[in-house]
Design a protein around this ligand. Sequence first.
Ligand code: SF4
Ligand code: SF4
Ligand code: FES
Length: 258
Amino acid sequence: MVQFNLPENSKVLKGSYFKDKTGSESIKKVNIYRWNPDKNENPKIDTFEVDLTKCGNKVLDILNKIKNEIDPSLTYRRSCAHGVCGSCAMNVDGVNTLSCMKSHKDINGDINIYPLPHLKVIKDLVADLSTLYRQYESIEPWLKTKEKKSQTVEINQTKKNRKKLDGLYECIMCACCSTSCPSYWWNGEKYLGPAVLLQAYRWIVDSRDEERKERLKMVGDKLKLYRCHTIMNCTNSCPKGLNPAKAISSLKKMLATN
Ligand code: SF4
Ligand code: SF4
Ligand code: FES
């Protein structure tokens, strides 16, 4: 049987232990993935004892508390803290989610926090999303009209047509879905993945857009689209409750019937 071993420098080691200094009786142990590109060291898991009596309810509140009070070098992305910007996406307790939306009260025992899976790590909890953003750019996510009328006249839409965008326009491109998709893990350079395909579908069904055919042709590719095998991890992991798997199957159906 073939045996695979991780290279020595990629093994995740046990890191530092930061003991609580407050004497609080409400302590949560938080294990966090750490890796610093400036140090020639393996990744490690640091453990922090966090006093929950003076902490907000969300996992992001815990991270902020650790950064402000225990270890300022802890690195992660965040901005809005209200589930709007998508920047605080990470893997908490084995599930990709937004740390500003995830309540730590729902987690029994230790909290384990890792960067989004199957991406290069830039530092600690910051994953490299540049491929995903390149793919997003490739679907040209803006309204396209033939006569440049969008620049001068308001383009109206009926209520019925506007409704077709529900469940699509709410996507915040957090990448929780794409980084939980096994097909994207293995073919991420070529397969567009659920986040980008949902966005492609969002523009294809927009009644105001005039390049529907060209857009469909662009995604109708065996690698870009048909690497989706309807495993559904994407839909299960979307913190906004969207259904990228349904958008992908709608795209396949449109291509089969057009
Ligand atoms: S579909 Fe959901 S999980 Fe995927 S990028 Fe959009 S908001 Fe994030
Ligand atoms: S349904 Fe498609 S996009 Fe979603 S996880 Fe499965 S293979 Fe990936
Ligand atoms: S910080 Fe903006 S979505 Fe979490």
